[in-house]
Design a protein around this ligand. Structure first.
Ligand code: NDP
Length: 341
C-alpha cells in the first residue's frame, strides 16, 4: 500500500428508486502501490453523469452493475503523482476512469486513459464536459446518427446540459434550425440567448405539446433523445417523413424502481407509422476518433465559439447530493465535483 490518505464513495446497497441515505457512503480506502508500468493519480475533477445511476442497479445493461462495496464508477481529470511508467510521468494530466475517489492506481496503458495536452482558454474540467465524453457524445450522435442537413429542424432535450449544448451548437454550425427542450425559464433563456439556439421549450411550463408545435412550424427532422417520457411523446407526432432519432439516453427513467416496466423511446417510436429511423448509440462507437474530436471541441472552446455552463460541487463529500440533484435537473450545465487543485 502507498501512503496516500484516500476517500472513496462506495455503493453500500442498491437504491430502490431515488438514492436514499445509506445507499452510498464515503469511506477511507487504501491506495495500491504502483507495480511496473503503473502510476498513481490524484483526482482533481470528478465528472457526474446520468449513466452512473442505472449502473447502481442489479441489472446488466450495456455495462456491468457496480459491485457492492466498490467505488461508484466515474471519469476524472487527474494528475500523476507517482510513476513507474515510461509513458506517463509525475505531473502529467490525464482523463481516466478513477471512480469516485481521491487517488487511484492503474497501468499507464489502461484503456480510456488519455493524456491531456492543455490549451489556452480551455479549462481543465471541460475535458469531462463539452470537450470530454458528453461533448463527443453530442457531436458523434448528431453527426453520424442524426446526419443533419442545412435547413432541417433539430430538437434536442436536456438542452442546457453538456450533451445537449454540443448537439445544438453543432447543428447550428450545420445550418439547421435548432430547438432545445429544457426545464425552467432560466435554462431556456440561456439556451437561446447564450448558446444561440433558435428556440427553447420549457417542458415544465405545462404546455409542452403546443409550445413544441409552435417552435417547430415545419415539423422535426432530427430528434436527439436525451430524456424520454413526456418529451418523447410530445415530439413523436411532429416527426417528419425521413426523420432520424439518435437515442442517446432517457434520463427521466433512470430513477425508476423497475426500469424494465418503463415506456421507453423505443416503444413510442415503434408505434408510429411510418416508424422513424432510430437507434441507441454509445459514444465509444467512435473511440478511434477520440483525439480528433477532442481537438475539434477544444479548438471551438478556445475560439469562444462553443459556449457552455458548469455547476461545481466542492469536495468529494458533496458528490452524492450533487448527483441526486443532477437527476432532477438541479444542475445547470455540466455537473462536476472539484476534488483537489
Ligand atoms: P445533463 O447534464 O443534461 O443532466 C441531465 C438533465 O436531464 C438534467 O439536468 C435535467 O435537465 C434533465 N432531466 C432530468 N429529469 C428529466 C425529466 N424527467 N424530463 C426531462 N428532462 C429531465 O446530462 P448529460 O448532458 O450528461 O447527458 C444527457 C443524456 O445523454 C443522458 O440521458 C445520458 O445518459 C446520455 N448519455 C449517453 C451517452 C451514450 O454514449 N449513449 C454518453 C453520455 C451521456 P432539465 O433541468 O432541463 O430538465
Amino acid at each position: 500500500m502507498s501512503d496516500y490518505t484516500n476517500h472513496a464513495v462506495v455503493l453500500k446497497q442498491r437504491p430502490q428508486g431515488e438514492i436514499q441515505d445509506g445507499d452510498l457512503a464515503m469511506e477511507e480506502r487504501p491506495v495500491r502501490a504502483p507495480g511496473d508500468g503503473e502510476v498513481v493519480a490524484q483526482v482533481l475533477w470528478l465528472s457526474l453523469d446520468p449513466y452512473m445511476r442505472p449502473r447502481m442497479n442489479d441489472a446488466k445493461g450495456y455495462m456491468d452493475p457496480i459491485a457492492i462495496d466498490e467505488p461508484i464508477v466515474g471519469e476524472s481529470v487527474a494528475r500523476i503523482v507517482e510513476s513507474r511508467s515510461s509513458t506517463l510521468k509525475v505531473g502529467d494530466l490525464v482523463t481516466c476512469y478513477s471512480g469516485w475517489q481521491e487517488y487511484v492506481t492503474f497501468p499507464a496503458d489502461a484503456p480510456m486513459v488519455y493524456k491531456i495536452y492543455p490549451k489556452d482558454k480551455v479549462p481543465l474540467q471541460t475535458y469531462l464536459g463539452v470537450a470530454g465524453m458528453p461533448g463527443r457524445t453530442g457531436y458523434c450522435g448528431l453527426t453520424y446518427v442524426g446526419k443533419p442537413n442545412a435547413g432541417e429542424t433539430v430538437v434536442v432535450s436536456a438542452a442546457s446540459g453538456p450533451v445537449g449544448t454540443v448537439v445544438g451548437q453543432t447543428a447550428k454550425k450545420e445550418g439547421c434550425r435548432v430547438v432545445g427542450v429544457a426545464g425552467g425559464p432560466e435554462k431556456c433563456r440561456f439556451v437561446v440567448e447564450e448558446l444561440g439556439f433558435d428556440a427553447c421549450v420549457d417542458y415544465k411550463a405545462g404546455n409542452l405539446e403546443t409550445d413544441l408545435k409552435a417552435a417547430c412550424p415545419d415539423g422535426i427532422d432530427i430528434y436527439f433523445e436525451n430524456v424520454g417520457g413526456a418529451v418523447t411523446r410530445a415530439v413523436a407526432p411532429l416527426l417528419n417523413e425521413g426523420a432520424r432519432v439518435p437515442i442517446c439516453g432517457y434520463v427521466s427513467a433512470y430513477n425508476a424502481t423497475n426500469i424494465a416496466e418503463v415506456e421507453t423511446p423505443f416503444h413510442v417510436l415503434k408505434a408510429l407509422d411510418p416508424v422513424p429511423e432510430h437507434r441507441f448509440f454509445l459514444v465509444t462507437e467512435w473511440q478511434d476518433k477520440h483525439q480528433e474530436i477532442t481537438n475539434t471541441l477544444t479548438n471551438r472552446i478556445a475560439a469562444g465559439e462553443l459556449k457552455y455552463r458548469e455547476t461545481h460541487a466542492e469536495g468529494l463529500e458533496s458528490a452524492i447530493e450533487a448527483f441526486k440533484g443532477m437527476l432532477k435537473g438541479k444542475n445547470f450545465g455540466k455537473q462536476l465535483v472539484h476534488v483537489a487543485d
